[in-house]
Write a protein that binds this ligand. Structure first.
Ligand SMILES: NC(=O)c1ccc[n+]([C@@H]2O[C@H](COP(=O)([O-])OP(=O)(O)OC[C@H]3O[C@@H](n4cnc5c(N)ncnc54)[C@H](O)[C@@H]3O)[C@@H](O)[C@H]2O)c1
Length: 268
C-alpha cells in the first residue's frame, strides 16, 4: 500500500513524459506527492500525464528542459518553487542510449550519452541539494532534509558490449550516488539509486518488440517476465518515503533477477 506514503511531499521527475518516468509520475501522485513532470521536447505527452494526475484529484505541473543545460535545470526547479513552494524529492531519471560497436562509437555519441545520463544527473542533483539547504528541514513533510533518487541501470555493474557510453555513464552514476550519499548524509539528505533491469519502454524497444528478441531477452530474466514502469515506480515510492528513512547510499536492483548471472543456472 503506497497511498499517502508521500503526502505533503513534492517531487521533480526528469524525463517523465514517457516510460519509467511517466510511470513514476503517476505512481508518486497516487502516493500523495505533488509532481513536477519534466520533459524535453515532449510537451503534449507531459501535459497528458499532468492531466491524468489532476483528473484523478492529484497535483502536477509540466516543466520543460534539457537536463544537460544548467539554465534549463534551474528553470525546472523554479517551476517547482512557484507552483508548489519547493521540492522534497528529485528523481534523476532522464536517459538516452546511443549504441554502437566500440570502434564505431563517435565522440559525438559518446558525449551525448554522458551529457544526459551522467552530467544531467549531476546537474539536477546539485541543484536539488542547493534548494534543500535553502528550504530547511520541515518535519511536517519528511524526516529528511531532502531525497535524491537516481534511475541507474543493471549496467552500472553488468558490462554491455556495444553500449560502452551508456555503461560508462551508469557506472559513473553509481559512484556519483555513493559519493553524494556519504558527503550529504550528515545533513539528512538521503541519496539512493534504483537499478532497473529490462523494463518495457521506448528506450529498449529492440529488445522486446519481436518474438525472437523477447525470447532471447527472457534467457536473461530468471523471473520470466519483462518489467513494467509500475515495478520501478512502487520501489521508488518506498525508497523516497520516510518508510526508507535509514536507507542511505544504496542501489535497489529491480530486475527480475537479471543481476544473478542467469547463465550459471545451467552450468558453470
Ligand atoms: N527501460 C529499461 O529497460 C531501462 C533499464 C535500465 C535503466 N533504464 C533507465 O531508465 C531511465 C528512463 O528510461 P525509459 O526506459 O523510461 O526510456 P524512455 O526513453 O521512455 O525515457 C527517457 C526519458 O528521458 C527523456 N530525455 C532524454 N533526453 C533528455 C534531456 N536531455 N533532458 C530531459 N529529458 C530527457 C526522454 O524524453 C524520455 O522521456 C533512463 O535513465 C534509462 O537509462 C531503463
Amino acid at each position: 500500500m503506497t497511498a499517502s506514503l508521500l503526502s505533503a511531499q513534492r517531487v521533480l521527475i526528469t524525463g517523465a513524459s514517457s516510460g519509467i518516468g511517466a510511470g513514476m509520475a503517476l505512481g508518486f501522485a497516487e502516493a500523495g506527492a505533488a509532481v513536477v513532470v519534466n520533459h524535453f521536447g515532449q510537451a503534449d505527452a507531459a501535459e497528458a500525464i499532468v492531466r491524468q494526475i489532476t483528473d484523478a484529484g492529484g497535483q502536477a505541473v509540466a516543466a520543460p528542459g534539457d537536463v544537460s543545460s544548467p539554465a534549463d535545470v534551474a528553470g525546472m526547479f523554479d517551476i517547482a518553487a512557484e507552483r508548489f513552494g519547493g521540492i522534497d524529492i528529485l528523481v534523476a531519471n532522464a536517459g538516452i542510449q546511443k549504441d554502437a560497436a566500440f570502434t564505431e562509437l563517435t565522440l559525438e555519441d559518446w558525449r551525448a550519452a554522458l551529457d544526459v545520463d551522467l552530467t544531467g544527473a549531476f546537474l539536477c542533483a546539485q541543484e536539488a541539494v542547493r534548494r534543500f539547504r535553502r528550504q530547511g528541514l520541515d518535519p511536517a513533510r519528511s524526516k529528511a532534509l531532502g531525497k535524491v533518487l537516481f534511475t541507474s541501470s543493471v549496467h552500472q555493474v553488468i558490462p554491455w558490449a556495444g553500449h560502452a557510453n551508456y555503461a560508462a555513464a551508469k557506472g559513473g552514476v553509481k559512484m556519483l550516488m555513493e559519493t553524494m550519499a556519504q558527503e550529504l548524509a550528515p545533513e539528512k539528505i538521503r541519496v539512493n539509486a534504483i537499478a532497473p533491469g529490462a523494463i518495457q519502454t521506448p528506450i529498449n524497444m529492440a529488445a522486446w518488440a519481436t518474438p525472437t528478441a523477447k525470447e532471447s531477452l527472457m534467457k536473461l530474466i530468471p523471473y520470466g517476465r519483462i518489467g513494467q514502469p509500475e515495478d520501478i515506480a512502487s520501489a521508488a515510492i518506498w525508497l523516497a518515503s520516510d518508510a526508507a528513512d535509514y536507507v542511505v547510499g544504496t542501489t535497489l536492483f529491480v530486475d527480475g533477477g537479471m543481476t544473478l548471472y542467469p547463465c550459471f543456472a545451467r552450468g558453470g
